[in-house]
Design a protein around this ligand. Structure first.
Ligand code: GTP
Ligand code: MG
Length: 483
């Protein structure tokens, strides 16, 4: 997300290194670079102009604290201005009223409307405990109905069997009626897209909105974040035509430059409510301007990381694992579960970027995909093991190694290497447990993962346990050469 922009910003801030204090002359070069970075990221030029003026005013204003590192001060000012142009606080769809609340999903072709309709239903069901009905109302591309129904079935979500020969406004009405009968809280209506803004589409959508306007619908436009200024222009036209209540930026996982995210709110006045970060139904985040500003500036986003961890990590599983570890048990099965938990959090680089300062470090390391491939290769080897072998890897001798190698399409050496690495991990785990019992508090570098020892009072040193912490075991279980 916004890698190039982050890099350019970080270069710009270097202009202030070693300077005694912020002054008009020494921020000039930094401001110039920030300006270029924003324009290159396809941010609207008016937004850039206001942004730069805002930063300059703050930087030279009275609030600047003399004697504090000017680079840090400048970063903080840029952070706050970035958050401000993106809208300050998160806004979600307004659920605080009697249902069924209609949520109309609009936007151009292929922007991610149908995918988002599915994601939003899952989010509302899981997080907000809302009962949702999904209504396919795309009469332009009939396959879209099947697409939405397939998504609904995969999530065990209720859907409406729309009659696509009807006008979308009548489908919307019928869907809302059904939702009322079924006592649903929310009804999400997925509409058709077109390649370009055209009168027919706008006319149709306006009619739908008109038909249901007394119900005060949420109208969310989905825009592909990769399309930059184009997304901003389209949002403007949609907003003028039908009145949007929110924007969803999709495909934020791809190589989006930042132009849409940084300009759309400021230009249209419509808040960004959600960001879509992948093709899977769980890949949805609330839009938090301050957190995104933090990510852009390599300040990390630990709050989102912890939230993700809370969702992805099964507390009971984590606690059971800790109990087994306490007894000195660490099996391939445990390792597999840990890998799965981590995978649930997202790609390695996306996780690392949420840790303050890691963005810059990642750029130096470059590609993390070899490490991810390594994980995948290990996973195939583990999948070819029997349950018994996963519980006790020591059973894995010659003939079993051969079987696992051929079962996983790996070489014998790869399986042997895995076992050797696992043995090393087992040892480290043992060492780490000793260390924790000795009262070191938690795993170094683990920012307060739920269920992890750093937060678990059960692992505090017991008075008089007498064991001294071992030194030198700073690496996590995977620190021994996989990454
Ligand atoms: N990487 C990525 N892909 C996405 C995201 N959202 C949607 N997609 C993909 O984008 C493509 C189009 O998504 P749809 O949800 O069908 O888009 P749509 O706006 O409903 O398209 P039409 O109904 O044809 O107008 C699909 O292949 C989705 O899997 C996202 O956040 N990230
Ligand atoms: Mg669609």
């Amino acid at each position: 997300m916004f890698d190039t922009l982050s890099e350019k910003f970080s270069d710009a801030f270097k202009n202030l290194q070693g300077k005694g204090k912020i002054s008009e002359s020494n921020i000039e070069a930094a401001l110039k670079e920030v300006r270029t970075a924003l324009l290159e990221a396809d941010v609207n030029f008016k937004v850039v102009k206001e942004f730069i003026a805002g930063v300059k005013e703050e930087a030279l204003g009275e609030k600047v604290i003399k004697g504090v590192n000017p680079e840090e001060q400048f970063i903080k000012i840029v952070h706050d201005q970035l958050a401000a142009i993106m809208g300050q606080e998160n806004q979600e769809v307004d659920l605080d009223r009697p249902g069924p609340i209609p949520v109309l999903i609009v936007g151009l072709n292929g922007q991610g409307k149908t995918t988002f309709s599915g994601k939003l239903s899952l989010h509302l069901k899981n997080k907000k405990k809302k009962d949702v009905l999904l209504v396919p109302a795309d009469t332009f591309r009939p396959a879209a109905k099947d697409q939405l129904i397939t998504l609904a079935k995969s999530m065990d979500m209720d859907w409406f069997d729309s009659d696509l020969s009807m006008h979308p406004k009548d489908i919307a009405l019928a869907g809302i009626k059904a939702a009322k009968e079924q006592h649903k809280d929310v009804v999400i209506i997925d509409t058709a897209g077109r390649l370009h803004v055209d009168d027919e589409l706008m006319g149709q959508l306006r009619e739908v909105k008109e038909e249901i306007k007394d119900l005060n619908p949420e109208v969310l436009m989905v825009a592909d974040a990769m399309t930059g200024q184009e997304a901003v222009n389209v949002a403007k036209i949609f907003h003028e035509a039908m009145g949007l209540t929110g924007i969803v930026l999709s495909k934020m996982d791809s190589d989006a430059r930042g132009g849409a995210a940084l300009s759309i709110r400021h230009v249209t006045g419509v808040p960004i409510k959600y960001i879509s970060t992948g093709e899977k139904m769980k890949d949805l985040e609330l839009f938090h301007p301050d957190r995104l500003a933090g990510r852009i500036l390599d300040m990390g986003d630990v709050v989102s990381l912890v939230e993700k961890a809370e969702e992805a990590i099964d507390q009971n599983e984590a606690e059971n694992m800790m109990k087994r570890l306490e007894k000195g048990k660490f099996t391939v099965e445990d390792f597999m579960k840990q890998m799965d938990m981590i995978k649930n959090l997202g790609s390695m680089s996306s996780i690392l970027k949420m840790i303050p300062g890691m963005g810059g470090a990642l750029r130096e390391v470059g590609d993390l995909s070899p490490a991810e491939d390594d994980m995948k290769r290990m996973r195939v080897i583990i999948d070819s093991m029997t349950k018994q072998e996963r519980q006790d890897y020591k059973l894995i001798k010659e003939s079993r190694i051969k079987r696992i190698a051929s079962g996983s399409g790996s070489t014998i050496k790869a399986v042997e290497d895995f076992i050797a690495k696992f043995r090393q991990m087992e040892k480290m785990m043992g060492g780490m447990m000793q260390m924790m019992k000795g009262g070191m508090g938690g795993m170094p570098g683990m920012p307060g993962m739920p269920g992890m020892p750093g937060q678990n009072p059960g692992f505090r040193q017991e008075p008089g346990s007498g064991k001294k912490p071992k030194k030198g075991k700073k690496k996590g279980p995977w620190g021994g050469g996989f990454f």
